[in-house]
Design a protein around this ligand. Structure first.
Ligand SMILES: [Fe+2]
Length: 325
């Protein structure tokens, strides 16, 4: 594929957007994200995210403050309700640090294994960020600080392409459905014992649950996307347990098909910037057995309740909505 480029006269930088897979993903070069970007450059990056669903940057050696400042160019950053905001760098609560070694300190040495043993399907790790909230974040920006020499790649799937890849009668059928989303109790994650409740209590005080449309109309592009994921969808509303499990299984298998995905190899200074309204992603599961450091930092941009093709708007079941910092 040919890349597109736009020259911003104010900064005399040339941004290049190079598509990297057939249905999703592009690499952006020619921009230094440590700088204060002009409006045209911010608009170009936003458009690339909308078009390609996830974009990648290399060699961006940002400080935490620069990461936060970059994120704020795209909207208010999200703040989880309650006092617990996960692991974050000292003085920067807007950032969520993703570091399995810190999770081990927090949740116990066997946390990873305990968690994985609850998975009922290898697809269980696929999710869109924080869809248990009635207003999940629209955008996520993840920056790599320390990465292993091998292992730890992240994958994304294009949920607009996946929706469009369904047969017409099935598209029409799912257009009118709604589904419940919750953290830790998704259909592919059976959490039930005392240890689970302890981990959940450490993770959040007031677990969020929301009902979203199964098909989401993208508020910026008007495209329709599948809005269910193995990691957080618990059931289709109004269906029996059996009906719900079978239909979700079909949708989960479809939306994680390799044809809709892209895989990214991280290096220190790599960044991925994705649209949670048109993607799901899979956190890596192939490096827990390696004694390596992998430290990532994420900011998320405040989103809005999802809207379905029939006008249904996400409903809060429990917990509080995400707020802005
Ligand atoms: Fe995620």
């Amino acid at each position: 594929m040919k890349g597109s480029s736009v020259t911003s006269s104010a900064q005399l930088t040339e941004i290049t957007v190079q598509q990297v897979a057939g249905r999703i993903g592009a690499e952006i070069s020619g921009v230094d994200l440590r700088e204060e970007l002009d409006e045209a450059t911010v608009a170009e990056i936003r458009q690339a995210v909308l078009t390609h669903r996830v974009v990648f940057f290399r060699g961006q050696d940002l400080t935490h403050a620069q990461h936060i400042a970059f994120g704020r160019r795209f909207g208010a950053l999200t703040r989880r309700p309650g006092k617990k905001h996960g692991v974050h760098p000292e003085g920067h609560p807007e950032i969520l640090t993703v570091d399995p070694k810190r999770d081990t300190e927090r949740y116990g040495a066997d946390f990873e294994e305990h968690y994985r043993r609850k998975w009922l399907s290898p697809l269980a790790g696929w999710h869109s960020d924080l869809t248990q909230a009635v207003n999940p974040p629209s955008l996520s920006i993840l920056r790599a600080e320390k990465t292993p020499d091998f292992g730890g790649d992240t994958q994304w799937t294009n949920t607009v392409a996946a929706y469009e890849g369904l047969s017409a009668p099935l598209r029409e059928f799912v257009d009118g459905l709604t589904a419940e989303h919750a953290f830790f109790t998704a259909v592919h994650l059976r959490h039930s014992d005392e240890r689970d409740r302890e981990i959940l209590k450490l993770y959040c005080e007031d677990p969020q649950v929301a009902v979203h449309p199964v098909v989401r109309v993208h508020p910026e592009t008007g495209e329709k996307a599948l809005f269910v994921s193995p990691g957080s969808t618990t059931r289709i509303t109004g269906f029996t347990e059996l009906e719900s499990r079978h239909l979700l299984e079909l949708l989960f298998q479809h939306l994680t098909s390799a044809e809709y995905t892209v895989r990214f190899r991280w290096e220190p200074g790599s960044m991925a910037f994705w649209d949670n309204r048109s993607t799901c992603h899979l956190a890596p599961t192939d490096f827990a057995h390696l004694d390596v450091d992998r430290v990532m930092h994420r900011v998320t941009v405040l989103g809005e309740p999802a809207q379905g093709p029939d006008g249904f708007v996400s409903r809060l079941v429990s917990g509080e909505p995400m707020r802005a910092w």
